[in-house]
Design a protein around this ligand. Structure first.
Ligand code: NAP
Length: 248
């Protein structure tokens, strides 16, 4: 008996990294899973096969989370093919790091649109079926950088801090309908996004982490299972730092 048996989840950016780990953990816990990707069709297909091997229904859909109309079409497709959405994980995200003096308007706009506007797009459309069914769990992927700030990541930090204010507001708006909205703030997680760090940089980060290691996608996915399941039935509007104690 899985913790997510009978539930349907929609995960954005499920083709790689943290999103892939979430899709697979959800499938392992018995959820039917729809997930999106932007350009990695081959990787998405590989994740799809692994998810189906758990005996659940799974679909991979190419959809740009930053595009309002594509988000609406995506939600409609998931409802049509899977009947409902119990869990929405807004995970898709990008970085365009540079110091403020060098940051272009395009680098600012792209990060805000993919990381923050996407959360508005998907939440806006997924809320309608959740309101009808009078239940739902929305999980938004922020970052410890959205809490602390980080030199060279003003665009990314702003997008991730925006997610926190948005999520707390949604939690207050729809709590009476039994819809929960929480935030995960991962620390340094080993994925393509952090791949560019040198060994020296990784060591410097690790030295500052109480648990003395970088995190894995599975560390974040386990927290998503908790927030998506009924184990967290009385938890909403919260930011859970999953960072090895970095945010302490
Ligand atoms: P990643 O390995 O770079 O994977 C990003 C995922 O997002 C991919 O599946 C990608 O699809 C998808 N994606 C990108 N732009 C998209 C768009 N416009 N529409 C739909 N999907 C899109 O990233 P990650 O490290 O797993 O990060 C996942 C989330 O956790 C992000 O929100 C990130 O900000 C957050 N986070 C990560 C860390 C970390 O240390 N890694 C720390 C804190 C927070 P394609 O494969 O098709 O490109």
């Amino acid at each position: 008996m899985g913790l997510l048996n009978g539930k349907v989840a929609l995960v954005t950016g499920g083709s790689r990294g943290i999103g892939e780990a979430i899709v697979l953990k959800f499938a392992a816990q018995g959820a039917d899973v729809a997930f999106t990707y932007l350009s990695s069709a081959e990787k998405a297909n590989a994740v799809l096969e692994k998810a189906k091997a758990y005996g659940v229904n799974a679909i991979a859909l190419k959809s740009d989370a930053a595009d309002y109309n594509q988000a609406e079409a995506l939600v409609n497709t998931v409802i049509e093919k899977m009947g409902k959405i119990d869990i929405l994980v807004n995970n898709a995200g990008i970085t365009k790091d540079t110091l403020m003096l060098r940051m272009s308007e395009e680098q600012w706009d792209q990060v805000i649109e993919v990381n923050l506007k996407s959360v508005f797009n998907l939440t806006k459309h997924a809320l309608k079926p959740m309101m009808k069914q009078r239940s739902g769990s929305i999980i938004n992927m922020s970052s410890v950088v959205g809490v602390f700030g980080n030199a060279g990541q003003a665009n990314y930090a702003a997008s991730k801090a925006g997610i926190i204010g948005f999520s707390k507001s949604i939690a207050k708006e729809v709590g009476s309908r039994n819809i929960r909205c929480n935030v995960i703030a991962p620390g340094f997680i080993e994925t393509d996004m952090t791949h560019a760090l040198t060994e020296d940089q990784k060591k410097a980060y690790t030295d500052n982490i109480p648990l003395k290691r970088l995190g894995s996608g599975e560390d974040i996915a386990d927290t998503c299972v908790y927030l998506g399941s009924d184990l967290s039935a009385y938890v909403t509007g919260q930011v859970l730092s999953v960072c090895g104690g970095l945010n302490t």
